[in-house]
Design a protein around this ligand. Sequence first.
Ligand SMILES: [Zn+2]
Ligand SMILES: [Zn+2]
Length: 171
Amino acid sequence: MTNDPTLAQPLCGARQPGWEHGPAIGRHRQPCILPAGHDDRHRDGLGQTWRPRTATVRTVDHGPVTVPCPPWCLGVHEDGLDLVDLAHEGPETALTVDTPLGGVQLLDAGLCQYPYSSNPDDREVKVAVLLGADWHQLDHDELRMLAAQLVVHAGRLRDLAAELRSVEGAL
Ligand SMILES: [Zn+2]
Ligand SMILES: [Zn+2]
């Protein structure tokens, strides 16, 4: 047991630009050991420091704005929006269903954050999920609820498949 208070906090975990991927082996891939959300430079366990990755975005209302990007952000930002609509976005994942007409993509989802949103709730990191025609920002509990509902729905689809088989057999 240790009373080191830093162990109780989530760590930043950012890695040096260009070395974000792959296992954390080698001196360039060591993650930042400072508390999550820290200011200034990242620092790893070997004492190496580096500047946070930033992006410069051209906003309509504030002109060019340079923002620090979280480690998961792809670094692609849309120009020509208001600052409140500036979003960090991570890689997306989706469910692709094979149909006779080709693949259909459902439930696109990825990390996202609106750091300057007028709604403080949206300044938190969430997962954006495409539900129907609209993107919804879900927090941890909401995303787990969605996953649980999908499991229930998968069961209903299996029941329908069984019903289909019994109907086919009755023909
Ligand atoms: Zn850091
Ligand atoms: Zn970003």
